[in-house]
Write a protein that binds this ligand. Structure first.
Ligand code: KG4
Ligand code: ZN
Length: 344
């Protein structure tokens, strides 16, 4: 069964074709047209600009993904069994472009549509190359979300913790903005952090918000404020950017790892996974892996780097598992939903 995936929830126009055979997924194409260079000059994503770019890019990106998969666009209706599209959460004006395109293609090709929750898409980036053993605990860390999810099966999952304010990726982005380093902040902060080597003599120290709280929730706005005040009080901060970046990144990593391990102590699971754009962070990947390695009988998974940030292969993969259960969305009921809940 071949699935066309479409993702337009934020600033990436993406399309992918996958071929599913029982639990095995073969990626036939993964095309991403990123708008980062356009939004960079504004220091963040401008929704109106993003939507206009999606409109220009969506058909060329879909065509490219079909051709890369060996499918002539005019024959797509004979080869594609279903279209999976991100319905939310995300920017409403961006989501609409993907959803309406999927609706039109579904109507013309006479193929069913599957809606995919964007966060579930990130989680399914882990299912592209691997069989995953349930129950699984997933830490999804992106620009918009920081969520701990307990997944009992493909159909049964619940949120056990989430951020009360900023998401981890958002904190990285804001930290970078405060130090005038650019957008998106995660990769930039991580690059500066790697430059800091004199760890023994590190003087900057930030709080680890909620690290010992009794629940599995997170909070990153206090950390952001701590950075803001530290920069205000330090006349020489520009000379110490690597140290600030290192400590900021490490504070986030410490909280993420400790909270996930704490959740595992309560909900004994077979697999612990990372997901979302922040899971591209090399230090987080390394430290998370080392921490989970110490837990007996638990497998650690993280997505291949190319599937960590927004892409349509993860959307097609999540859609494929729904297609196997024939969970299609009625054409009439299909709509973008910027507040789309995860328990759908
Ligand atoms: O999942 P994603 O592509 O989009 C959302 O669904 O939000 O995540 C984007 C977020 C941004 O906040 C970006 O700064 C962060 O992921 N990010 C990283 C890294 N690469 C991307 N954060 C930390 N380290 C990275 N290497
Ligand atoms: Zn995302």
């Amino acid at each position: 069964m071949k699935i066309l995936g479409i993702e337009t929830s934020c600033d990436e126009t993406a399309a992918s074709v996958i071929q599913g055979d029982r639990e095995k997924i073969k990626v036939l194409s993964n095309i991403i047209s990123s708008q980062i260079n356009i939004h960079k000059k504004y220091g963040g994503v401008v929704p109106e600009v993003a939507a206009r770019e999606h409109i220009l890019n969506i058909i060329p990106v879909i065509n490219k993904s079909l051709i890369k998969a060996g499918i002539e666009p005019k024959n797509a209706h004979k080869e594609i069994s279903a279209i999976a599209v991100t319905c939310g959460p995300g920017l409403m004006s961006s989501l609409i472009i993907g959803v309406e395109t999927a609706k039109s293609l579904g109507y013309i090709w006479k193929v069913p549509i599957i809606t995919t929750n964007h966060i579930m898409g990130h989680i399914y980036a882990n299912f592209i190359d691997d069989d995953i053993e349930f129950p699984a605990l997933i830490l999804t860390v992106s620009g918009g979300h920081t969520i701990l999810i307990l997944m009992q099966s493909h159909k049964k999952y619940k949120i056990i913790g989430e951020t009360r304010d900023d998401a981890a990726g958002e904190a990285f982005d804001k930290a970078s903005k405060m130090m005038n380093l650019g957008y998106p902040g995660g990769p930039i902060i991580s690059e500066y952090a790697n430059k800091f080597k004199d760890i023994k003599n590190k003087k900057i120290k930030f709080p680890r918000p909620m690290i010992d709280s009794k629940n599995y929730d997170f909070s990153f706005s206090g950390l952001k404020t701590a950075l803001l005040y530290a920069l205000k009080e330090d006349k020489n901060w520009q000379k110490k950017i690597p140290e600030y970046a290192y400590e900021f990144q490490q504070a986030i990593i410490d909280v993420l790892i400790k909270k996930t391990i704490k959740a595992n102590n309560k909900y004994t699971v077979k697999t612990i996974m990372l997901a979302g754009g922040v899971s591209a962070n090399k230090e987080l990947r390394k430290q998370f892996k080392n921490a989970i390695k110490k837990i007996k009988n638990v497998e650690f998974k993280m997505p291949d780097l190319k599937y960590t940030t927004d892409n349509a292969t993860m959307i097609a993969t999540a859609g494929y598992f729904k297609a196997q259960r024939k969970e299609f969305t009625l054409w009439k009921k299909l709509k973008a939903d910027c507040n789309c809940q995860i328990d759908i």
